[in-house]
Ligand binder design. Sequence first.
Ligand SMILES: [Zn+2]
Length: 138
Amino acid sequence: MEDNEYERLLDRALSKASALAVQNADFVIPKVDSINEGTKTIVSNITVIADKARRKAEEIARYLSKELGVPVSIEGQRMIINGRFSYKDLDAKIANYFNTYVICKECHKPDSHLENAGRGMLYFVCEACGARYAVKNY
Ligand SMILES: [Zn+2]
């Protein structure tokens, strides 16, 4: 192989690799925008988070309700949590949600959906790589 041909192939391989890295780095788990009001916590960007996850805001509310052990409801563009939580606590829960229910553990892409598998389980279905595996329902 000629030297310059080798370099050309190497260049091409590297540019492919960096294109992939950029594609994955594009996806950032959103941060929670929240304030405490009396005994409640108001999340003002739940629709942004839900859009990013491609899930319904109500689904994420259901997850948080289970995790936090308090009622959580959606009122218009806001999510109302019946209890005082810091944005740090909520960020950690949202990150868990994305890592378990949105981002594929095989290919690390977020293009996915959930199907009911019965018996307290869901199927995580990845639309990018076709992976399909069971996760705990919430
Ligand atoms: Zn995948």
